[in-house]
Design a protein around this ligand. Structure first.
Ligand code: PLP
Length: 401
């Protein structure tokens, strides 16, 4: 008997594969290995200056008590204004501040799902979605893009996946792990299916800032009144302002759902950190346009270099058009059957393991993203490291026989 055995619900949740790999790569670096880590889910920039200053000031003022469960009013107002730049019409009262977008998603699914409810999720999808949905009693139903369709799903594919248990359509653009960005027309067509079938839309817009080239970000709740009325918008400061460790995210929805979520949060977290809320307020209310644009251009240069380098490696293929976030998916099936150090590549997991062992470059195999023949490459590392990693990767593939 193990008195501390986990519940069946908890035992079904594996650790995050991306977090495990990131930790493994960081441990190798700490032990002195010359590993370049392309697994990271965060931009390699420092936290924006005004956020850090606001946090220091919060501490100096002893702004260190519980805040209202939904977050401090000024921050909720600043978040509503931030969202409404994209054409939505949120009032502060419909915004709940959470400990990261991840907790916002957790609250949203807990507030919306009854046991057995189904959530349609375009694949490939972010690793945490299946577990966040399952913990809330729901089931993730993947909607798979057709081969060659640029890793985007169509309204018809969503329609075909609907059953009488379907409750939510989850959208994520710019997408993790593929980096694809759905246009406002594509998003509107997908959202119309939700309107037709009376589904909720949960729109994970955490990477809204990181959009490149001709692509444009569109916020789902800005695409029409009927769509807005059924949409939960999720976002946060983590990726835009390089504040992943501060743990501030949000959701915006109807006043009723916001109250339900506030009640859930009041009993589970009380509220997010008061200091981090002030930091987020500092970021959202500062004039950061030029700085964020500099960062966006820097990341775009890394994106273009990575797309080119991967495209130039025989046997590797960039799948979809990675116009957003800071990842891309490389299809590795062209290397299946090739070998190195006595091991044959038969899966993306083999490829990633061999690449790490032989060339000291860490990438994430796609199985947990529902992309079993791909690896996810995160191109946020500084350019010198990125060039070195891409050179090693090309050399490694060239040496496979
Ligand atoms: N949604 C997606 C698609 C993500 O990639 C991440 C983080 O990796 C999150 C949500 C969670 O972000 P946060 O750091 O705000 O919890």
């Amino acid at each position: 008997m193990n008195p501390l055995r986990p519940s069946a619900r908890a035992a079904a949740v594996p650790p995050s594969a991306t977090a495990a790999l990131d930790a493994h790569a960081k441990a190798l670096v700490a032990a002195g290995a010359d590993v370049i880590n392309l697994t990271s889910g965060e931009p390699a920039f420092p936290t924006v200056e005004p956020a850090a200053r606001a946090a220091e000031q919060a501490i100096a003022e002893d702004f260190t008590r519980y805040t209202p469960a939904a977050g401090v009013p000024e921050l909720r107002a600043a978040i509503a204004a931030h969202l409404n730049r994209h054409g939505t019409a949120y009032e502060a009262s419909r915004v709940v501040v959470t400990a990261g977008a991840k907790q916002a998603l957790h609250h949203a699914f807990t507030a919306l799902l009854d046991p057995g409810d189904e959530v349609l999720v375009p694949a490939p999808y972010w690793v945490s979605y299946p577990h966040l949905i399952a913990l809330a009693g729901g089931t993730l139903i993947p909607v798979r893009p057709a081969p060659g369709a640029g890793l985007k799903v169509t309204p018809e594919q969503v329609r075909e996946a609907i059953t009488d248990r379907t409750r939510v359509l989850l959208l994520n653009s710019p997408a993790n792990p593929s980096g694809v960005v759905y246009s406002r027309y594509e998003l509107a067509a997908l959202a119309e299916v939700a309107v037709e079938h009376d589904l909720v839309i949960v729109s994970d817009e955490i990477c809204e800032h990181w959009v490149f080239g001709d692509a444009r970000f569109a916020s789902v709740a800005a695409l029409g009144a009927e769509i807005a009325a059924r949409t939960v918008t999720v976002g946060g400061v983590s990726k835009t302002f390089a504040m992943t460790g501060w743990r501030i995210g949000w959701l915006a929805a109807s006043a009723e759902l916001a109250s339900t979520v506030t009640a859930l949060q009041s009993h589970t977290a009380s509220a997010p950190s008061s200091i981090a809320q002030r930091a987020a307020l500092g970021a959202l209310t500062a004039d950061l346009g030029a700085e964020l644009e500099r960062r966006r251009s820097a990341l775009d240069a890394r994106r273009l270099a990575t797309v080119k380098a991967i495209g130039d490696v025989p046997g590797l293929r960039v799948d979809g058009d990675p116009e957003g976030a800071f990842f891309l998916l490389a299809d590795v099936t062209g290397l299946y059957g090739k070998a190195c150090a006595g091991r044959t590549v038969t899966s993306a997991a083999d490829f990633a393991a061999l690449l790490l062992a032989e060339a000291q470059v860490a990438v994430v195999p796609g199985a947990d993203f529902a992309a079993p023949d791909h690896v996810r490459i995160s191109y946020t590392v500084p350019p010198e490291q990125l060039d070195e990693a891409l050179g090693r990767l090309a050399g490694f593939v060239g040496a496979l026989s």
